[in-house]
Ligand binder design. Structure first.
Ligand code: FAD
Length: 446
């Protein structure tokens, strides 16, 4: 059987190793960090994530969805926090059973790696950082950072296989090698002017949640926002998305007084729930938010990119991981369809996924504006109610965009196209209805 060298055992790397292991391939998976079971997670970096239908489907296919969901907290809608402390709950769907799931990154990462390790043909090697890939020979150059004795320092090693797969995230070393060595490799990275910082609402004294547990909390403040997702231990992880620079921004908020003043002005109901606010704000890193697009995602039959390495998106649709998991399903299908022609399998995978990754990147950027600004408005709430009314009145015919993206596996590009068409029809219908009402009124007064 062919041998795959996988670089990166994050969320998609672990899952892909399980898929490839199940097909009987030899898989050597190299991860630059230590084993997540030893607590390798970098503090303050997306501790929990929203898992939805696409991701669940990918986990189901490998038999670990139940195991993952056992640790998940359902989030049934958005809880909007006004500036004066008012709350408004907006369900995600007309069907109350449809919800997204808050899951811990560390637990999920461990589960996918353990799923992969159930196959004896999968070997996971932590503390191995890829520095370069020789594309033609499918050879990864790595540094073994766990080498003992320490005085020797990181030891260079090489790992060769029939193909190298880069599942090494947004700042992929595998993609970088493709960029340097493939003529006409197209690469585009675009950073938001906003960064993010994670903060914590700890559990109450009895271990209970201090806010509504089964909701994704949003504090929309027009140009910026804070969100909070529940954790199984009774805490919430809050993420503040805020401008890096500007008169009021991360750059200008440095002292304890600055931080306290900003939070008391903008999130007064959250402040009493955040006893560690000043420490968290000062000590947690400020992350950047990037969209990455590149072409192609593969090099012959030798190299391929999966997940964020191929298409990092901003997190506002809660779909980056879900899409990365969907990549694993599609790549697995393509390898099964073209078992004797790996180049064709990689090409098909790229063709099926690229258009959808691009559509998701656009949807995620648009959803930032919706979350931080529109969720607070009456017009937005009216549109959501109309969406839910039409979804109930026209089952299977009308599907709101959020529903298609989050609760179905309709390809992202198709969902975006269908939503645009639906919107045009609904607006045309509304204009027609208003025009006929006005015409009837005019007739009455003739
Ligand atoms: C703030 C925030 C919130 C998010 N929320 C959500 C959400 O709610 N829902 C959702 O679906 N998605 C969310 N995402 C997106 C999600 O985190 C990513 O899409 C997902 O982690 C991608 O998985 P991946 O395996 O491709 O990359 P990663 O999870 O980043 O894994 C890459 C792995 O490769 C390793 N690695 C990197 N470089 C090397 C190297 N040179 N050598 C060896 N190993 C290497 C890394 O250590 C890591 O383990 C969020 C992202 C952010 C930033």
């Amino acid at each position: 059987m062919p041998k795959f060298i996988l670089i990166g055992s994050g969320l998609a790397g672990g899952l892909l190793a399980a898929y490839l292991g199940r097909r009987g391939y030899e898989v050597d998976l190299y991860e630059r960090r230590s084993d997540p079971r030893e607590g390798n997670m970098v503090g303050g970096r997306s501790i929990n994530l929203a898992l939805s239908t696409r991701g669940i489907h990918a986990l189901e296919q490998i038999g670990i969805a139940d195991e993952v969901l056992r640790h998940a907290i359902p989030m049934r809608g958005r809880m909007i926090h006004g500036k004066s402390g008012g709350l408004h709950f907006a369900p995600y769907d007309v069907d109350p059973n449809k919800h997204i799931n808050s899951i811990g990154r560390a637990a999920l990462n461990t589960t996918v790696i353990e799923a992969a390790q159930r196959y004896p043909n999968v070997h996971v090697k932590f503390n191995h950082k890829c520095t370069d890939v020789d594309l033609d020979s499918a050879t990864a150059h790595l540094l073994n950072t766990s080498t003992t004795p320490v005085r020797l320092g990181p030891q260079p090693i090489t790992a060769s296989g029939d193909a190298v797969i880069g599942v090494d995230g947004a700042f992929s070393a595998v993609r970088q090698s493709m960029q340097l060595k493939i003529d006409n490799f197209q690469y585009d990275e675009s950073y938001l002017a906003h960064g993010y910082k994670e903060l914590t609402i700890p559990p109450g004294p009895d271990g209970s949640w201090k806010m509504e547990k089964e909701a994704l909390h949003i504090w929309p403040r027009k140009s910026f926002m804070m969100i909070a997702l529940p954790n199984p231990d009774g805490s919430f992880t809050c993420t503040l998305f805020w401008e890096f620079e500007g008169p009021r921004s991360f750059a200008t908020t440095k002292t304890d007084d600055d931080i306290r003043r900003f939070f008391e002005e903008e999130f007064p109901d959250a402040v009493p729930l955040m006893p560690n606010l000043l420490d968290d704000f000062t000590n947690n890193p400020t992350g950047s938010l990037v969209t990455i697009r590149c072409v192609p995602w593969f090099y012959g039959a030798k190299v391929c990119l999966v997940g964020d390495a191929a298409h990092a998106v901003v997190p506002f649709y809660g779909q980056g991981m879900n899409a990365a998991f969907e990549d694993c399903v599609v790549l697995d299908q393509c390898l099964a369809e073209f078992p004797e022609d790996r180049q064709r399998a990689f090409a098909e995978y790229f063709q099926r996924r690229k258009v959808n990754a691009d559509a998701l990147a656009d949807l995620a950027l648009e959803n930032f504006i919706e979350m931080r600004d529109k969720t607070a408005s009456g017009a937005f709430r009216a549109k959501k109610k109309l969406d839910h009314f039409l979804e109930a009145a026209l089952p299977g015919i009308y599907l709101p965009l959020y529903t298609m993206v989050t609760f179905t596996r309709i390809p992202y590009a198709q969902a975006a196209r269908r939503a645009r068409l639906q919107d045009r029809i609904v607006y045309a219908g509304l204009i027609l209805a208003i025009t006929s009402i006005l015409a009837s009124i005019a007739l009455l007064f003739r």
